[in-house]
Design a protein around this ligand. Structure first.
Ligand SMILES: Cc1cc2nc3c(=O)[nH]c(=O)nc-3n(C[C@H](O)[C@H](O)[C@H](O)COP(=O)(O)OP(=O)(O)OC[C@H]3O[C@@H](n4cnc5c(N)ncnc54)[C@H](O)[C@@H]3O)c2cc1C
Length: 370
């Protein structure tokens, strides 16, 4: 472990490891400090969907960035497999959103028309076309949209592959130690403190998920809070082709032989437990989408804490007053989608390189300048 790294990253979830890989690729000596992972960490709990068209709407300033983020994985997946031997399970065959009601149908039609005008690859599917793709789907389905380039990956595999790749490029990992405090002297970060040591560093990136605001010595309060999401695993219906289906507030995707079904959006503090009501609402949607799931046993159920912000957008960038303190946190529902892009952005900003995109939607200062 380098005694005085150029940069310390606090947290080795999807965001911290992606930042580590991108920075180490540019020759920065990086130390990742990871407390746990803590129970409730978002990355291992995540569904791993890459769903910019499904999960952002036309007014969302994140849409273009999210599409770019999704597309990065097409090159990254084979690169990570070559480097680390880990297959991140990239699925690129689209996400289907179906309508159960006339109201949902109208909304989807409007959205797909707009997406097509913008040049995004979205296809309207009739009930017959949907049943060709998914013979076991709810028989009275009214129609749906295929976001043809949206997809998914396996978040645990991504996390591990990013970590291994970062380490192969020279990054180090200090596992099982929590950063309790940032040391800031004369307007610069000089070190971080854990329970057992003080580690000097040239800079730090806060990538501690929903716990980011809990570190002492931050120059200002961070608007990041835990937003719980619950998930359930069942057997994927026998004979049903693989796919990802959204319906109302819920979704289902095939991973391995399992149907992963989600989710909830709950503001309940740092409690990573599942609830009967949460699981019941997820199962109700899943079993409506594929009636064959009715009565099938739950194989696993779990929850994770998304790092949420008041406007739902991440904070990626520099502190307004401490020039060597960086934030890469608050990714909410999109942290797997945005992980690789966040790493690239942080590494570019750190190197002082020009940015390809308008990063103002991500600017951490937006919460402190009003
Ligand atoms: C149920 C659910 C479903 C989701 N589905 C999707 C999806 O389909 N697509 C998508 O893009 N996103 C999804 N997300 C969101 C995504 O998982 C998160 O946005 C992303 O994982 C956040 O990554 P992170 O690295 O910021 O946080 P985390 O993964 O929580 O990692 C933070 C790490 O920091 C460590 N840490 C905390 N404090 C300290 C400290 N003081 N010192 C050292 N280490 C510390 C923790 O132990 C943890 O390992 C989902 C989330 C949930 C919960």
């Amino acid at each position: 472990m380098s005694a005085n790294p150029d940069l310390i990253i606090v947290g080795a979830g999807a965001i911290g490891t992606a930042c580590a890989r991108a920075l180490a690729s540019r020759g920065v000596s990086v130390l990742l400090v990871e407390a746990g992972p803590k129970p409730g960490a978002a990355t291992p709990a995540s569904a791993g969907m890459l769903a910019p068209l499904v999960e952002t709407n036309r007014d969302d300033p994140m849409l273009a960035l999210c599409v770019r983020a999704r597309d990065l994985y097409r090159e990254l997946a084979p690169a990570l497999r070559d480097e680390t031997g880990i297959d991140i399970g990239l699925w690129t065959s689209g996400i289907l959103t179906v309508a159960f009601s006339e109201e949902e149908l109208e909304q989807l039609k409007e959205e797909v028309a707009w997406q097509r005008q913008q040049g995004y690859h979205a296809e309207w599917l009739t009930p017959e076309e949907i049943k060709e793709r998914h013979p076991g789907i709810y028989p009275a389905i009214l129609g749906g949209v295929l976001a043809a380039e949206d997809g998914a990956l396996d978040p645990l595999a991504l996390n591990e592959a990013m970590l291994r790749s970062a380490m192969a490029r020279g990054a180090n990992l200090l596992q099982g130690e929590r950063v309790d405090e940032l040391v800031i002297r004369d307007g610069r970060l000089t070190a971080v403190r854990t329970a057992t040591r003080t580690i000097s560093a040239g800079a730090a990136v806060i990538a501690a998920g929903c716990w980011s605001g809990r570190i002492s010595g931050l120059p200002r309060p961070l608007s990041v809070e835990p937003v719980r999401g619950q998930l359930v695993a069942l057997d994927w219906p026998a004979g049903e082709p693989p796919g990802i289906v959204y319906a109302g507030q819920g979704y289902l995707l095939k991973r391995g032989n399992e149907a992963i079904a989600g989710t909830t959006v709950e503001h309940v503090g740092f409690d990573p437990g599942v609830t009967e009501a949460g699981i019941a609402s997820i199962l109700a949607t899943a079993r409506k989408v594929f009636p064959a799931l009715a009565g099938k046993p739950v194989l696993r159920q779990w929850a994770g804490l998304r790092p949420g912000t008041p406007d739902g957008r991440p904070m990626v960038g520099r502190d307004p007053e401490i020039p060597n303190l960086w934030y890469a946190t608050g990714h909410g529902r999109h942290g797997i989608l945005l992980a690789a892009l966040t790493g690239e952005i942080i590494a570019n900003l750190f190197a002082g390189e020009k940015q390809e995109y308008d990063l103002s939607p991500l600017d951490p200062s937006r919460f402190w300048s009003q």
